[in-house]
Design a protein around this ligand. Structure first.
Ligand code: PEP
Length: 251
């Protein structure tokens, strides 16, 4: 059984007062959510959010990690540091990092490996740009991105979460249709099945303008196991409504 999973990606949003208000509402309302819930917050707020989540079953995550374990890497944050703050998840390879920081497939794969080494779960993001979709390259791009990770892990994929996030749907209000998303999720699942016996257990999230009014249809698709939620995770009622649309899946 794959437990559905809804993770918020706060990106570079938040402040001490706002975080307390947002998580106060999320913690108060999450009680009956039929899925696992996490929030991936900016580094400086990990300590604050860890405390705010202590009374809940909501997991804490970060939005990136260093590929290095420690050392002279100014500005970098290691997976061990994230662990110190109770992070269970770390997003790697978000399209904004691939674009803003020129992160390559091999770097993203190495970051996923670092996270697994310390027992953290990497949420590995893959997704095509609009130009790539329009030129029929979606499958090639997302499989190349995922394959970099599965190749480095030698098929040991049981500990990862994959997030399919078409770049053209992130923060644009333009969501992939449930059928478009399912088609790509099925491709990703087929690749995982080829390289690992645990493929049926790997959760594949959809991300890209998920909202309360489209979550249920997306999450009902056979290979969609929840969502990575950006903008809507900053509003407690929307985030809770999205989490409420989830349900468990048979492998
Ligand atoms: C994201 O940042 O991962 C994301 C999916 O953003 P949004 O939900 O705002 O499109």
């Amino acid at each position: 059984m794959r437990r559905q999973f809804v993770a918020g990606n706060w990106k570079m949003h938040g402040n001490l007062a706002g975080n307390a208000a947002l998580l106060g509402d999320v913690v108060a309302g999450v009680g009956t959510a039929p899925c696992e819930v996490a929030v991936c917050v900016p580094f400086p707020y990990l300590g604050q959010c860890r405390q705010l989540l202590e009374v809940s079953n909501i997991a804490l995550g970060a939005q990136d990690c260093s590929v290095h374990s420690s050392g002279a890497h100014t500005g970098e944050v290691s997976v061990a540091m994230l662990q110190d703050f109770g992070c269970r998840y770390v997003i790697v390879g978000h399209s904004e990092r691939r674009a803003d920081h020129h992160e390559s497939d091999s770097l993203v794969a190495a970051k996923a490996e670092r996270a697994l080494e310390v027992g953290m779960t990497p949420i590995v993001c893959v997704g095509e740009s609009l130009a790539e979709r329009e030129s029929g390259e979606t499958a090639t791009v997302v499989l190349r991105q995922l394959q970099a990770v599965t190749h480095l892990l030698g098929g040991q994929t049981a500990g990862i979460v994959v997030a399919y996030e078409p770049v053209w749907a992130i923060g644009t209000g333009r969501t992939a249709t449930a059928a478009q998303a399912q088609e790509v999720h099925a491709l990703l699942r087929a690749h995982l099945r080829k390289v690992s016996e645990a493929a049926g257990e790997v959760r594949i999230l959809y991300g890209g303008s998920v909202k309360p009014d489209n979550a249920a249809e997306l999450f009902a698709q056979p290979d969609i196991d929840g969502g990575l939620i950006g903008g809507a995770s900053l509003k407690a009622t929307d985030f809770l409504a999205i989490a409420g649309a989830a349900h468990d899946k048979r492998p």
